[in-house]
Design a protein around this ligand. Structure first.
Ligand SMILES: Cc1ncc(COP(=O)(O)O)c(C=O)c1O
Length: 401
């Protein structure tokens, strides 16, 4: 089948909720993707912050082979399996958490987190404590609960009514959060670094203040680290980069993760403190595929590699290089460069859609984060030479404007 036939078949049979560029990706190696014409693209998107170890990784391939060799792709959560237990232990040992529950995606993890928060409040005897406080510009997913906490009319309005009981405050504004807080709020959900909303890091004071506010009202603090977690910002968990010697002052009660956890296989996780786990009882939540032994075996390999302090130091170093080189471009079209580690947003003075199309022609895959923000979320294994090449290409495109 040639490229045109594939594109036409997809357009005929696949629901058209995405706009796709006019090439067909076929294989990948390291940080490079190749299309069906053999053209190479340097990937600065990683399947939207998923492929942290790039493409064709030997370690992931080995983990897949090991998992496949057991003959068990799936058994129900009704049974014990070792990979499931091992991954949960690793996630707890590398974070604030005491217990983990697996899910299938980021949105699914957030839905679970909301249920756990409501259950926690009910367990304490509060029947009316079911509200969720979320923030302007947030993105928590496209299911009915997670979408209710994602304040974008374009995404929400066609599907209303959504989950009731969600209220909003202004991101990075503690007074605004305090004004929305009362005894009915069972959870505060926040992205330590907003991803889809344009790469906006929370300030340390904001996260500390939310921690204190949640404690004051016995509400749970949920960090949505679906995009910023698992090494993306140069610490295994983004909140750890805010600790400044006092992790307890910023650690959440629940953390949701997904995207890169299994290097490209679908998985999500809800990390929680013991007090949250204690409120959940047998039969309270379930999912057929979540935490299956195949995916969790691969995820254990991925998380172990990323949790290595040397790997994380490399992410920090490369993130700094990326930002330094972008600044050196000195382009009048760049308004601001934001982010942390390899989660970088460049606010432009224009709609970035044409730039992204031109980058494809130059063999560079980029994505936006809102209309005017170019987002750089490459595989965490990107080399310094590849970073230089990516920024040089962007510089060339900006000079043509
Ligand atoms: C912060 C955040 N939360 C949740 C989600 C939803 O994750 P998923 O697409 O896996 O449902 C995303 C997806 O981009 C995200 O960036």
């Amino acid at each position: 089948m040639d490229k045109q036939e594939i594109i036409e078949m997809e357009q005929s049979y696949v629901l058209g909720v995405y706009s796709r560029p006019p090439f067909v990706l076929e294989r990948g190696e390291g940080c490079t993707l190749y299309d069906t014409d053999g053209k190479a693209y340097l990937d600065c998107v990683s399947g939207i912050a998923v492929n942290a170890l790039g493409y064709g990784d030997a370690g992931i391939n080995q983990a897949i082979a090991e998992a496949a060799a057991t003959g068990i792709l799936h058994v129900s959560n009704l049974y014990h399996t070792a990979p499931h237990a091992r991954l949960a232990k690793l996630l707890c040992e590398t974070s604030f958490a005491d217990k983990v529950h697996f899910s299938l995606s980021g949105a699914d993890a957030n839905e679970g987190a909301f249920k756990f928060a409501r259950r926690y409040a009910r367990e304490k005897g509060h029947q009316d404590k079911y509200h969720i406080l979320a923030f302007s510009n947030a993105f928590h997913g496209r299911l009915f609960g997670s979408l209710a906490a994602t304040p974008r009319p374009k995404y929400q309005e066609p599907f209303e009514p959504l989950m009731p009981g969600v209220r909003f405050a202004e991101f990075n504004n503690l007074e605004s959060a305090r004004a929305q807080m009362d005894e009915q709020v069972c959870a505060i959900i926040v992205e330590p670094i907003q991803g889809e909303g344009g790469i906006h890091p929370a300030t340390p004071e904001f996260l500390r203040g939310l921690r204190a506010l949640a404690d004051e009202y016995d509400a749970l603090l949920i960090y949505d680290e679906v995009q910023c977690g698992v090494g993306r910002t140069g610490t295994l968990w983004a909140y750890q980069g805010y600790a400044d010697g006092d992790e307890a002052a910023v650690a959440p009660d629940i953390l949701t993760a997904a995207k890169p956890l299994a290097g490209g296989l679908p998985i999500g996780a809800i990390l929680m403190r013991q007090k949250v786990a204690d409120a959940m009882h047998k039969g309270d939540h379930a999912s057929t595929f979540a935490g299956n032994p195949f995916t969790t075996h691969v995820a254990h390999h991925v998380v172990s590699r990323i949790a290595d302090p040397q790997f994380l130091a490399g992410v920090q170093r490369k993130g700094k290089l990326f930002v330094d080189l972008l600044e050196e471009l000195n382009s009048p079209h760049i308004q601001e460069i934001r982010g942390k580690g390899l989660l970088i947003g460049v606010e432009m003075d224009m709609d970035v859609t044409p730039l992204i199309s031109q980058a494809y022609e130059e063999g560079l895959i980029l994505v936006n984060a809102g209309p005017t923000v170019l987002r750089f979320i490459p595989p965490l294994i990107i080399s310094e030479a590849e970073i230089q090449r990516a920024v040089e290409t962007v510089g060339k495109l900006l000079q043509r404007l």
